[in-house]
Structure formats: structure tokens, C-alpha cells
Design a protein around this ligand. Structure first.
Ligand SMILES: Nc1ncnc2c1ncn2[C@@H]1O[C@H](COP(=O)(O)OP(=O)(O)OP(=O)(O)O)[C@@H](O)[C@H]1O
Ligand SMILES: [Mg+2]
Length: 350
């Protein structure tokens, strides 16, 4: 039987990202910001750690422990594990060990091109984790809201959200999406390219965490003028013995050229498909980038150069989606209209 206390739950919002899960609780703000990772015991299926604690185990576990990412390219790939991770994080947010979680409304952001089945799965995981009712909203719209852009006005709000698993480019006007494109190419692909480069160039195997550190420390998409480099450690491809090497900023930059080119060309495509009436607004307001990928050095200059439109990085780009979701949680009646409505005519999806 449910405890009476479970009925006093608060509305919450969740940014269920491929790399990071953030939770907003009504009246409290952002209560959780953790990697979307779980460590499990393969033999017993028991969850050993979740979030930051699990991320620290990446590449360091004995054979019977696996570290998994339950979301791939913004889509739930392992339902049970996503549920486990969410329940864990919600209990942490609630400061409770009780399994009686209850949240009347749960608002979740999803990439704009999910299939009906994929969307259902997001709703179901929210309900299985204690949600009374789940509401979905497109990620670029809440990103724009989180950035305080005038999304309800008839103007072009251009948002490029470069996450871990997806890049979403959208033009938003009057609370809806006019043109959008969603790519399954984002931050994680950059890490993969760095791993490949290090293997080819230095005959050395490095893990995902090292690749991400390299990207964050010395990665860039436009020459920063300085001569930056860092020392990296891994395993020799043939001997398997520990090995060290020095990787230069320019090498990292050239290793990630391919996915960066796809992202920038997609932004151009969306800009080119924008209805003529909105082009003037777009030139005036510029392009706004967010998501962890917005922190890659030079990405704003590169997009500005390739589109001839001024480009700015949204403040605190890693939390802008959850801040937008938080606005809906706090002002539900006023902002309800931007929630996904299956009956609304669809935008142009490139
Ligand atoms: N300083 C930085 N420079 C470059 N990349 C960064 C930086 N900080 C974080 N990232 C990258 O940003 C990505 C995570 O961003 P974010 O949290 O926005 O993704 P997500 O919302 O979990 O994923 P998605 O929206 O694709 O489902 C990771 O690939 C991470 O490596
Ligand atoms: Mg995201």
C-alpha cells in the first residue's frame, strides 16, 4: 500500500540526455546533474553505482562489472537500466531511501525526430519512476526557453544544441518549430575520432575518458594560435604495455574534422531552408549554441564563418535545457502550449 506521504510529491522536469541527466524539482531548482551512466554486476544484474560514481569506474572495472550508458543518441536503448538510473537519482534528489516516489507531473525533453515508439518509451520510463503523468517537449524549444530567447514571438530563434549523442538544429517561432534537423553526430563522436587518431598515429589504445579529457583540455575547431599539447597515457597496440605520448592541439583539431564538418553543414542547410520572412530576424538575432559541444573552442566562430550569421554561446550551455524545462515546471499554465501536441501540424524536418 502507498504511504500517505507519497501523495505529497512535487512536479519535476528531467533532461534525459545521452551524456548527462539533470533533474529540476518545483520550488527547489536543479537538484541533480550527473552522467547518464550505471555500473552493474553482470552476474547478479545488481546496480553497483550510478552517475558520477559510475563514471569514475569507466574502463577500470573487473570482468564481472560493466559500466553502461542506457541512452544512445538521445534514445533509450536499455529501458530497465534507464529506469534504475532515474529511480536512483530521484531518490538521491528526494534525500530518501524509500521506493515510494511520486511526482504528479513529469516534464521531459526529447530530440525532435523520435519515433512514436521511442517517445512512448520515454513517457513510460517517467511513469515507472514515479511520475503521475508524463509530458514531452522538444529539446531545442526548451533550450531556447532556457536561454531566455523570445520564443513566443513571431521571429526566428535559431538554436543549435550539440549534446553527447545528438545535435539538434531548429528555428523556433511562436512557441513552435518552423524548420529542424536532428543528427546522431555530436560530442561522443568526437571522442571516438580522437580514439581512432591516437591508435593510428601513436599505435596506442586509450579509453573514452582519456579521449574526452583530450577534447575538453586541448580540442578546438579553429586554430587558437597557441601551441598547446598534452601528455597522454594508454596501452601499446601490439605489446599491450603502458605507453606515453604527446598529442598536439592541431592534431586533435584535424582528427575531429569529419563530424564537425557534418554539424556545420547541417546548420547551413537549416539556415538555407528558412522561410524568407524569417531571414531578416535570423541575421539580427543570430544563432545560439548550447549543449556541452558549445564549449568546444572555436565552434561559435566556425559556425559564424560558415553561415555568415553572428553566433553566440548560450550562458551555461550544459544546463540551458533543464533551465527551460524548469520554467515550464514553475509556470505550467502559462507555458503548457509549448508541450508536444501530437495533433499539431509538424514542422519541416530536414
Ligand atoms: N568543455 C568542453 N569542450 C568540449 N566538449 C565538451 C565540453 N564539456 C562537455 N563537452 C561534451 O558535451 C557532451 C555532453 O553535452 P550535454 O550534456 O549537452 O549532452 P546530453 O544532453 O547528455 O546529450 P544529448 O542531448 O545528445 O542526448 C559530451 O560529449 C561532452 O564530452
Ligand atoms: Mg541534451
Amino acid at each position: 500500500m502507498r504511504s500517505i506521504f507519497s501523495y505529497f510529491g512535487k512536479d519535476i522536469g528531467i533532461d534525459l540526455g545521452t551524456s548527462n541527466i539533470l533533474i529540476y524539482m518545483k520550488g527547489r531548482g536543479i537538484v541533480i546533474n550527473e552522467p547518464a551512466i550505471a555500473a552493474i554486476n553482470n552476474k547478479t544484474n545488481q546496480v553497483l553505482a550510478v552517475g558520477e560514481n559510475a563514471k569514475n569506474m569507466l574502463g577500470r572495472t573487473p570482468l564481472h562489472v560493466s559500466v553502461i550508458k542506457p541512452l544512445v543518441s538521445g534514445v533509450i536503448s536499455d529501458f530497465e537500466m534507464t529506469q534504475e538510473v532515474l529511480r536512483h537519482l530521484l531518490k538521491k534528489a528526494n534525500n530518501s531511501n524509500s521506493s515510494l516516489l511520486n511526482f504528479p507531473k513529469v516534464i521531459l525533453s526529447v530530440p525532435s525526430n523520435l519515433t512514436e515508439v521511442e517517445r512512448k518509451s520515454v513517457e513510460e520510463v517517467a511513469i515507472a519512476s514515479g511520475g503521475g503523468k508524463a509530458y514531452l517537449v522538444e529539446e531545442p524549444i526548451v533550450a531556447a526557453l532556457g536561454a531566455n530567447l523570445p520564443i513566443e514571438e513571431p521571429t526566428a530563434n535559431v538554436v543549435v544544441n550539440i549534446g553527447g549523442g545528438t545535435t539538434e538544429i531548429a528555428i523556433i517561432s511562436m512557441g513552435g518549430t518552423v524548420v529542424s534537423k536532428s543528427l546522431k553526430i555530436a560530442g561522443d563522436n568526437l571522442n571516438e575520432e580522437i580514439i581512432k587518431f591516437v591508435k593510428d598515429e601513436f599505435k596506442m589504445i586509450i579509453g573514452e575518458t582519456t579521449a574526452e579529457n583530450i577534447k575538453i583540455s586541448i580540442g578546438s575547431v579553429i586554430s587558437q594560435g597557441e601551441k598547446i599539447e598534452m601528455s597522454i597515457r594508454g596501452r601499446d597496440v601490439s605489446s599491450g604495455l603502458p605507453k606515453e605520448a604527446i598529442i598536439k592541439g592541431a592534431q586533435v583539431r584535424s582528427s575531429i574534422t569529419k563530424p564537425i564538418k557534418i554539424i556545420v553543414e547541417s546548420v547551413r542547410e537549416v539556415v538555407e531552408a528558412t522561410p524568407p520572412e524569417l531571414v531578416g530576424d535570423m541575421l539580427r538575432q543570430g544563432i545560439h549554441i548550447c549543449g556541452g559541444g558549445a564549449l568546444l573552442k572555436g565552434i561559435d566562430s566556425l559556425i559564424a564563418k560558415e553561415t555568415s550569421i553572428k553566433t553566440t554561446i548560450i550562458e551555461e550551455p550544459l544546463t540551458c535545457v533543464i533551465r527551460g524545462i524548469g520554467s515550464i515546471v514553475e509556470n505550467y499554465n502559462k507555458l503548457e502550449y509549448i508541450l508536444d501536441d501530437p495533433l499539431r501540424p509538424k514542422e519541416i524536418i530536414l
